[in-house]
Design a protein around this ligand. Structure first.
Ligand code: ADP
Ligand code: MG
Length: 463
């Protein structure tokens, strides 16, 4: 490892400032400020973290971003490595305790008297992300039921339903809601012991306890929890002994009137690999699903996120993103971050063109492949024609115009060449196709009905 150049330090300082601006003061103080620059090994920057916990968290939440920022400020950097600082260096290097010195008020909760008895519990769970609160969660039709249920749980001192089972596709806010429940409960009553952890971590802890012949204290520990939240239980899978233990822990907690919150990417009934009695038990409380986002919700999330970043993002850019990045919220946020950063680095104003350019790879991945056959089918349905009208020689306006519309859509929605398109429309010449495209381009600006037809067709095809 080469010694730390001033230049590298200065670059790290810049990156830290960018991270702070991007993730906000609280997240920065909790997670990012405790990072130290270790040095440069070839084309890899080594960054040190105080604990394994933090390392895991940084890897799953911030590492990609940090790597990209490095590549931007120093093109020689290809990758980053996160290593846990040896304990003797920790106190010397740090003046503040990284995990507890910051975060919303609940994080600082009774640090003193809880420290000794709480130590085991801290080890047990994973930290809550300070960005994931109810305040930062945007509510819309697809998630309003899940949010209402989560708030109910967070505001009640005895379980209103047990367990609360949240499910939904990846990146739709399950983890965010669980953390929000955790923060709210701690805020309302710091004496309640809230433990949040992934199902994987639960399994790991249990297997480790087995290995160390210490399942007793494992059980004691879990059973002393007031609110247990287990994320992504689809991963509990087939490991029979852990499933069994999970089930016992679960029952023990429910019997004692403790709240349990579970998340999964599918409903209890669809959780394969779980024993029937476990599966049905999971469905006894309230099952709340989070549906895929709608355009309105995506737009709302983007607005809220832009406001949080403190940047003015032009409305058409937000609309463009909401329209095009439909998979999940994580990607949506990532896309917005990239644009905001690109703008601040390059000094270019944000625009739809710029977004298209910066997100080219992402947009391409989202591009649903539309075929000419599909276009023809949708067009004939829309206009009440028959499929043969697309390839026939009939020139009556009622048939010829929709055919031109289909050719136009084939041009803008597929990568087919004009001759290829012509062939699919009854072996027409490429100049005919060209004429059709020009015709539609001109007409759509004059004819609102045609413009509306095109919009409806596009939406259907891009679904
Ligand atoms: P999941 O656990 O369902 O895979 P996450 O909770 O990790 O999804 O959410 C992914 C990202 O999207 C997080 O950064 C989260 O804050 C954000 N997110 C998801 N839904 C919303 C929402 N409705 N409002 C604000 N942010 C959201
Ligand atoms: Mg999650």
């Amino acid at each position: 490892m080469t010694s730390l150049g001033d230049e590298l330090r200065e670059q790290w300082g810049r990156i830290q400032r960018m991270l702070r601006a991007e993730f906000g003061e609280t997240a920065y103080r909790t997670w990012l400020r405790p990072l130290d620059l270790g040095g440069l090994e070839g084309d890899r920057v080594v960054i040190t973290v105080p604990t394994q916990f933090m390392r895991d968290w940084i890897v799953s939440h911030y590492a990609d971003r940090i790597r990209l920022l490095w590549a931007e400020v120093n093109p020689a950097v290809r990758s980053i490595a996160l290593s846990v600082r040896p304990p003797q260096l920790r106190n010397a290097a740090r003046t503040t305790a990284p995990l507890t010195d910051a975060g919303p008020a609940p994080a600082a909760e009774g640090a003193g008297e809880r420290a000794s008895e709480g130590a085991g519990l801290d080890e047990l769970g994973a930290p809550l992300d300070p960005r994931f609160t109810f305040e930062t969660f945007v509510v819309g039709k697809p998630n309003e039921f899940a949010v209402a249920a989560a708030e109910r749980v967070a505001m009640s001192s005895t379980p209103p339903f047990n367990p609360l089972f949240l499910y939904g596709g990846v990146g739709l806010g399950k983890t965010h809601l669980m953390h929000a429940i955790g923060w709210r409960i701690r805020q309302r009553d710091p004496s309640r012991r809230v433990v949040y952890l992934s199902a994987e971590k639960f399994m790991y802890q249990f297997v480790r306890a087995l290995r160390m012949h210490d399942t007793m204290s494992f059980k004691e520990l879990f059973r002393s929890v007031d609110v247990l939240m287990v994320d992504d239980v689809q991963f509990i899978g087939d490991k029979n002994s852990t499933q069994e233990e999970f089930f016992h822990t679960f029952n023990a907690l429910v019997d004692r009137g403790r709240q349990i919150v579970i998340s999964a990417d599918r409903s209890p009934a669809d959780l394969s690999g779980l024993e029937e009695r476990v599966r049905s038990r999971l469905g006894w409380g309230l099952v709340a699903d989070i549906h895929p986002t709608t355009y309105e919700l995506r737009l709302g999330i983007l607005e809220s996120k832009a406001e949080r970043l403190g940047v003015e993002v032009p409305r058409p850019v937000l609309e463009f993103l909401a329209e095009r990045i439909t998979s999940n919220v994580r990607e949506l946020e990532g896309a917005l971050n990239r644009i905001v950063h690109h703008a601040s680095f390059s000094g270019r104003p944000m625009s739809v063109e710029m977004a298209q350019e910066v997100l080219r790879d992402l947009l391409r991945a989202h591009e649903r492949r539309v075929t000419i056959d599909e276009i023809q089918k949708v067009v004939v349905e829309h206009y009440g024609l028959r499929l043969t009208d697309m390839t026939s020689a009939r020139r009556a306006r009622a048939v010829a115009r929709p055919r031109q519309v289909a050719m136009y859509l084939a041009k803008i929605l597929t990568t087919r060449s004009l001759p290829e398109i012509g062939r699919k429309f009854g072996g027409r010449d490429h100049t005919t196709v060209m004429h059709a495209i020009r015709q539609i381009e001109r007409l759509k600006d004059e004819d609102p009905q045609l413009a509306a037809d095109l919009e409806a067709l596009r939406r259907r095809l891009k679904g």
